[in-house]
Design a protein around this ligand. Structure first.
Ligand SMILES: *Cc1c(COP(=O)(O)O)cnc(C)c1O
Length: 236
């Protein structure tokens, strides 16, 4: 077993490096680094790491699988963290996810809305929602995310759900395209959404490998896993 003190130092050093990258990218884009929030993606890593991260000042963590997220959120309930669900969501799990998540970033179809509404309502809290938009070229075999032309309908559905707050967009840069180009497109899509939903100001984009490009194109939240926690096990 690794020594907890040593693991904490390692996480601290990695976080410092990520914050340094965010600062540099924000300044290069003429933005205030304080306007870029870090969501540390803790999938595949134990609750003990989440605890270290909370002690190191992290307030927001992301998970992409329901069972793992639910267990970790329960184990870390005393830490007052904001839990972001960032993974593919089945509609029959939406209510359960809404019971412990503070933010669901991966809402990509109208069918998820009733379950999220029901789960948040039953838990007696409001739920922040980001719409996940696909940046794949039209006709590509989509990994996940709504086509940009479906966003108006999706945004309306979320906006009409009383327990849900539409906060913005989330996206992942597609494989096989320069992230900067994809994020430029994303900025345009976000701009369009803001015309009808002025409160949807969050743009969650950028991961360990491409956070600079995302910040250059307006990301307000970066979702960083491996650059903070180290490599994940390769079997996912
Ligand atoms: C795993 C994951 C991340 C973090 O990826 P890293 O490359 O490890 O930083 C970000 N966003 C989503 C949607 C993810 O599933």
């Amino acid at each position: 077993m690794t020594d907890p003190g040593q693991r904490r130092e390692e996480l601290q050093a990695n976080l410092d490096a990520v914050r340094h990258r965010i600062d540099g990218a924000a300044r290069a884009a003429g933005r205030d680094p304080a306007d870029v929030a870090i969501v540390v993606v803790t999938k595949f890593f134990p609750a003990s790491d989440v605890r270290h991260l909370a002690e190191l000042g992290i307030t927001d963590v992301g998970e992409n699988r329901h069972q793992e997220a639910q267990a970790k959120a329960a184990e870390c309930a005393d830490l007052g963290l904001r839990w972001h669900f960032i993974g593919g969501l089945q509609s029959n799990k939406a209510a359960a996810v809404a019971s412990y998540a503070d933010v669901v970033e991966s809402v990509d179809r109208v069918k998820l809305v009733p379950g999220l509404q029901r789960g948040a309502d039953a838990a007696g809290h409001r739920l922040d929602v980001l719409l996940q938009v696909s940046l794949d070229p039209p006709g590509a075999d989509h990994r996940s995310g709504a086509d940009p032309d479906r966003l108006p309908e999706l945004a309306e559905a979320v906006a009409h759900a009383p327990a849900l707050d539409l906060r913005g967009l989330m996206a992942v840069a597609p494989l096989g395209e320069e992230p900067a180009r994809a994020f430029e497109r994303l900025a345009g899509i976000h701009h369009e959404l803001l015309r009808t939903h002025a409160g949807a100001t969050v743009l969650s984009a950028g991961m360990s490998g491409d956070l600079e490009q995302a910040i250059a194109h307006g990301a307000t939240h970066v979702r960083v896993g491996s650059a903070v926690l180290g490599p994940r096990p390769s079997v996912q």
